[in-house]
Design a protein around this ligand. Structure first.
Ligand code: ZN
Length: 239
């Protein structure tokens, strides 16, 4: 089975569309590490897509915030404004769907999905040292996560944890892997292209991809929605 792993779409329809077009012949099922909404201008379209097409979805902090399950006090002013706007425009069905999303980790055919970290759904895993601190919470050898919007794979070995600087990972059973497919809708690693991953369970291989999308379409939609201009401008930089 080939899985398309997506995360942090953040209501960016144009980016999701580009990922779906690029991944068209690469997968059998879609799974999602959360943050469907927040920041971006198309929450309803994105949630409807996920409701229909994603086999497993775990919730992200922005999903919680948009349905009143997260204290907005922890959000910066721009994120707060976007969360309030999202809450206002969500349809009742989509709000209900987001409210019912499970916290990770969620098991999918031998691998796990979660938003932040195996210890805490809202914790950021950016550095190998941070991953080392949560290794004891891993339930399986392969875990996909999001939240940081940084595409990359951590290798957990008995000698320590390291970030693998390559887009292809062979999953060996002598190690564990924490892999971030990157953000579809708001990359923050300096590369503005949308990120996604494919896991082939037969080959035991994960490949990380980037794809160009129409950033200007999202930028204009952000402006037209009355969302902070900064949320559109940052997309061009991928930061
Ligand atoms: Zn996010």
């Amino acid at each position: 089975m080939r899985y398309l792993i997506i995360s942090d779409i953040h209501a960016n329809w144009s980016a999701l569309e580009a990922v779906m077009a690029a991944a068209k012949d690469q997968y059998d099922e879609i799974v999602n590490c959360g943050d469907l909404v927040g920041y971006g201008p198309d929450p309803n379209r994105v949630v409807e897509f996920c409701r229909e097409h994603c086999r497993v979805v775990v919730r992200g902090n922005h999903d919680k915030a948009s349905v009143g399950l997260e204290d907005l006090e922890w959000f910066n002013p721009v994120a707060q404004q976007a969360a309030l706007w999202t809450a206002e425009v969500l349809t009742a069905e989509n709000r209900e769907y987001l409210s019912a999303l499970p916290a990770g980790p969620a098991a999918v055919n031998g691998f796990d999905l979660l938003h932040g970290s195996p210890a805490d759904e809202d914790e950021y895993l950016t550095e190998p040292e941070e991953v080392a601190n949560v290794v004891e919470f891993l339930r399986t050898g392969l875990t996909f996560f999001g939240h940081t919007h940084l595409q990359g794979a951590f290798l957990v070995h008995r000698n320590g944890v390291k970030l693998l600087e390559r887009p292809h990972v062979d999953v060996e059973d002598t190690a564990a892997y924490l892999i971030n497919p990157g953000s579809v809708g708001q990359p923050r690693d300096g590369d503005p292209r949308a990120g996604y991953a494919i896991f082939d369970s037969e080959m035991q291989a994960v490949n990380l991809f980037r794809v160009d999308y129409n950033i200007t379409a999202t930028y204009m939609a952000i402006r037209n929605a009355g969302l902070p201009e900064l949320l559109g401008a940052r997309l061009y930089k991928g930061l």
